[in-house]
Design a protein around this ligand. Structure first.
Ligand code: HEM
Length: 415
């Protein structure tokens, strides 16, 4: 968001000192910004979204666990938001908050039903086959630029690989994947083709669900359709869409953020010239320091309550400050780093709505394989620009590079 700061919303004294959740500092030094927010407001900070819309940003590690763990007090259904009467139809963040009947916004027994189906469908993914398929896709993508001696890894690699792998997990044919991917990318870009893109995405999904209902196969779609939760075609489509979007973006950002770390930090230099030992460390460090989903919307208070010393009114929006909670001094050592091997970051969130465990495992195989194959194929991979020339997306919500230009000795094609 790049809008100018707005005046505090009227009638909302708690938000008089609210920090705008946009502006260049989220792009340049979010870590420092979270520390300042913590010093000024404590673990729950009043913030202001584009257009002067008030919200709470939960950046305390314990408070984030408390909030995401108490689903009866902090609900997922955004229809209870007390700001809807003030939200204009064309508000840029509306697609992020508007309720849709999917696993994301479901609550209670309905959420458990859908979560069980999604978790079981993803748990059915054979991890060995997944790794093999990731290697094939990685090789194919690298073949496209290996001979050139240069590449832009965000667009040419990190964004394409997870999508192609997810399409295969869904059971899409080779020729359908590009149509679905084109539709999704157009929709997420939000340009003039966005509506048409969303429609293309829906059409491919609809065709897939109908085909798999008639002829099930060893894929996520068929397992969702056949699950004892008894999901309808419409419900399966909705949740497949969530899996696709929730899976693709963070995976893509994670791969490029970990690659950036390996290409810029001397501690990882050894692994670039051969070994693979540090790929896991780079991936873990990227989740602690540059987590793909920095802020996630959200939870809505079901009644008046308190959290982190703030008075929260019924219907208030609370944002999950995942990156902020990861920098909470209570989970860091005295030198500010997390202890070696500590995986207790909140990058996958926490509580009943957290990223399903088999989705986390799938994401880890995709991301690790993507980096391992790249380093194997292009062992002298290096940044093609100075580190300070790398630009982050101007967004408080995600930590994502605009581009990652690299150079290397032109290599051979795989196989
Ligand atoms: C194959 C890759 C992935 C898939 C299929 C996937 C799938 C999902 C699904 C279905 C949900 C909704 C869960 C619910 O509402 O009950 C979800 C939530 C979430 N996922 Fe993932 N995900 C993937 C990768 C990732 C990665 C790499 C990250 C970040 C490092 C991530 C972070 C999150 C977060 C923060 C939430 C929101 C949880 C909340 O509301 O508390 N996911 N994911």
């Amino acid at each position: 968001m790049t809008e100018p700061a707005m005046t505090p919303p009227p009638g909302c004294p708690a938000h008089a000192g609210a920090t705008p959740l946009y502006g260049p500092r989220f792009q340049t030094d979010p870590g420092q910004l979270y520390q300042e927010l913590r010093r000024t407001h404590g673990p729950v900070a009043p913030v202001e979204l584009a257009g002067g819309v008030p919200a709470w940003l939960v950046i305390g590690y314990r408070e984030l666990q408390l909030m995401t763990g108490q689903t009866k007090l902090f609900g997922r259904d955004s229809t209870r938001w007390n700001q809807w009467p003030n939200i204009p139809a064309d508000w840029p963040l509306k697609p992020m908050m508007a309720p849709v009947p999917s696993i994301l916004y479901a609550e209670g027994a309905e959420h458990q039903r859908r979560k069980a189906a999604v978790t079981d469908a993803l748990a059915g993914v054979d991890q060995y086959e997944l790794k093999q398929h990731c290697e094939e896709v990685a090789d194919r993508l690298i073949d496209e630029f290996a001979g050139k001696g240069e590449a832009e890894l965000v667009a040419d690699y990190a964004h394409r690989l997870p999508l192609l792998v997810l399409c295969r997990l869904f059971g899409l044919d080779e020729d359908e994947a590009p149509v679905l991917i084109g539709g999704l990318v157009a929709m997420l870009d939000g340009g003039p083709d966005a509506q048409a893109g969303a429609q293309r995405l829906l059409d491919v999904m609809l065709g897939l669900v109908h085909r798999k209902r008639a002829e099930p196969g060893p894929d996520v779609t068929s397992r969702l359709l056949g699950h004892q939760a008894g999901l309808t075609d419409e419900e399966v489509m909705r949740d497949l869409r969530v899996i696709l979007i929730a899976g693709h973006q963070p995976c893509a950002y994670w791969i490029s953020n970990a690659l950036r770390l390996m290409l810029t930090d001397d501690r990882f230099a050894a692994s670039l010239s051969g070994g693979r030992r540090s790929v896991g460390q780079a991936l873990s460090e990227a989740l602690w320091e540059d987590t793909p989903t920095q802020i996630f919307a959200g939870r809505w208070a079901t009644r008046d309550t308190q959290l982190g010393g703030q008075r929260i009114a019924a219907g208030d929006l609370l944002l999950l400050g995942l990156a902020g909670a990861n920098t909470d001094p209570s989970v860091r050592q005295a030198d500010g780093t997390p202890a070696e091997g500590n995986r207790a970051h909140l990058s996958y969130s926490y509580g009943p709505h957290s990223c399903p465990f088999p989705a986390q495992e799938t994401a880890e195989v995709i991301a690790a394989t993507a980096i391992e194959v790249l380093l194997d194929r292009l062992p002298d991979l290096r940044l093609a620009v100075a580190e300070h020339a790398l630009v982050w997306r101007p967004s408080a919500w995600v930590r994502a590079l605009m581009a990652l230009p690299v150079a290397f000795t032109p290599g051979y094609l795989a196989g």
